[in-house]
Write a protein that binds this ligand. Structure first.
Ligand SMILES: Cc1cc2nc3c(=O)[nH]c(=O)nc-3n(C[C@H](O)[C@H](O)[C@H](O)COP(=O)(O)OP(=O)(O)OC[C@H]3O[C@@H](n4cnc5c(N)ncnc54)[C@H](O)[C@@H]3O)c2cc1C
Length: 188
């Protein structure tokens, strides 16, 4: 047991996880007169408030029509995928950037993969075995899959990406004998 000394009193804890967060460097963009609010504001084409200036990656505050809100993400997949769209549009294209946010990270021996935001979920279902560090948590909202967080469980993550947004039967999802791939509805 550790004692954490805080400004408003001490807290005892078994484990302390510190999430520091990040602040985008937008000074240059602000000095150039671009609209910035929690990042450089861009539209779905990665275009800033100046039509000739594009931005991509961690520094952008961009719209996501799938989630119906603006996001500023700190993830490598977002940085690379958004950069492709920005580059295409700088060359005269009119591509839109809109994907379900997904994330990965290797932490020591563990591979972490996630899609969507678990905070949007109202119900969670765990598949796999937490004790052996191989499991995935599926988050539902009104029975729609809105996020998956997978630990050393790449197959569950891949299935979750395909199942994202789909209405699912929670009992089938919770049943370890049900193959996740069998839940993927074929698109006509
Ligand atoms: C410790 C750490 C661990 C991470 N782990 C993961 C992970 O496991 N998985 C994952 O998906 N993501 C991870 N990330 C996030 C990932 O690194 C970022 O999402 C990604 O690098 C963003 O790419 P970017 O090109 O948008 O920005 P950056 O990689 O930050 O590049 C921006 C560049 O612009 C430069 N710059 C800024 N201002 C100016 C200026 N005025 N003039 C000139 N240059 C400027 C900066 O120096 C920097 O080189 C991690 C980040 C950190 C810090």
């Amino acid at each position: 047991m550790e004692r954490v000394v805080c400004e408003h009193g001490d807290v005892e804890a078994d484990l302390v996880l510190i999430g520091i967060g990040a602040i985008p460097n937008v000074e240059l963009a602000e000095a150039a007169g671009l609209t910035c609010e929690n990042g450089i504001q861009v539209d779905e084409h990665c275009r800033s408030s100046h039509p000739d200036v594009f931005a991509a990656g961690d520094c952008t505050n961009h719209p996501n029509t799938l989630l119906n809100r603006r996001l500023r993400l700190e993830s490598a997949p977002n940085a690379t995928d958004q950069a492709r769209v920005a580059a295409a549009n700088m060359m005269g294209g009119e591509e839109s950037y809109c994907t379900v946010p997904w994330f990965w990270s290797d932490q020591y021996a563990s591979k972490l993969q996630a899609v969507g935001f678990s905070s949007d979920g109202t119900e969670s279902i765990c598949r796999g075995d937490k004790a052996s560090h191989q499991f995935a948590v599926f988050y539902l909202n009104e029975n729609r899959l809105i996020a998956v967080e997978a630990v050393n469980s790449a197959k569950a993550f891949m299935a979750g990406k395909r199942l994202y947004g789909q209405e699912l039967n929670p009992e089938l999802l919770a049943d370890p004998n049900v193959d996740l791939r069998s839940l993927v509805k074929s698109v006509a």
